[in-house]
Design a protein around this ligand. Structure first.
Ligand code: GRF
Length: 192
């Protein structure tokens, strides 16, 4: 299947996904990377891998729906059948969510429904939990609220600081995301 990855940041999950398509672990083609800001690591990685980038500047559109219309046009002409969010910092509207119903996946660096939002690792750390982890879930139009697909726990040791916890979480993300996408492809989730 042809997939798009949406990313706003460093792009380490994008890198893991690209690599997994290259090794064959994920039998899919990433045909488009969508970014919402300039000069991201994600855009750089896509360009290095030869993947076309669509940069959507939301300020150019009167509404989020109009920005998503522009995306949908490009995704349709690319033949994209599934979307992987990898550190995408925008909430999708029902327009895009319904166009790709149960075919948009997100990765979140905590065990949802605990610690939604964009500072999940630090929030879990602050709360003093002894176990946190990574969640892969379907995307709906809420914040980190769609049906859970996969989770992996990360235990904190007595000496872990926030930086060490962050490193552990990211390491789990980089294996869990490709493995889960491969499982979903096998299940036939990504078809039009
Ligand atoms: C990851 O921790 C992911 O779980 C969260 O955003 C972060 C993106 O990191 N949604 P990267 O850009 O993939 O390095």
């Amino acid at each position: 299947p042809k997939l798009a990855v949406f990313a706003s940041g460093t792009g380490t999950n994008l890198a893991a996904l690209i690599q997994a398509t290259q090794t064959g672990e994920v039998p899919a083609e990433i045909v488009r990377v969508v970014v919402d800001r300039r000069h991201t690591g994600a855009q750089q990685l896509a360009e290095t891998a030869g993947i076309p980038v669509l940069r959507i500047n939301y300020k150019d559109y009167a509404t989020r729906e109009l920005a998503e219309d522009a995306m949908l046009t490009v995704l349709a002409s690319d033949g994209v059948v599934g979307i992987l969010l990898a550190g995408y910092m925008r909430i999708l509207t029902p327009k895009l969510v319904n166009a790709f119903h149960q075919r948009i996946i997100n990765i979140h660096p905590a065990l949802l429904p605990s610690f939604p939002g964009n500072s999940a690792i630090a929030d879990a750390w602050q709360a003093g939990v002894k176990v946190t982890g990574v969640t892969i879930h379907y995307v709906d139009d809420g914040v980190d609220s769609g049906e859970i697909i996969a989770q992996e726990a990360v235990k904190l040791t007595a000496t872990d600081d926030l930086a060490q916890l962050t490193t552990k979480i990211h390491a789990v993300e980089h294996t869990l995301y490709p493995a889960t996408v491969a499982m979903l492809i096998k299940k036939g989730v990504f078809v039009k």
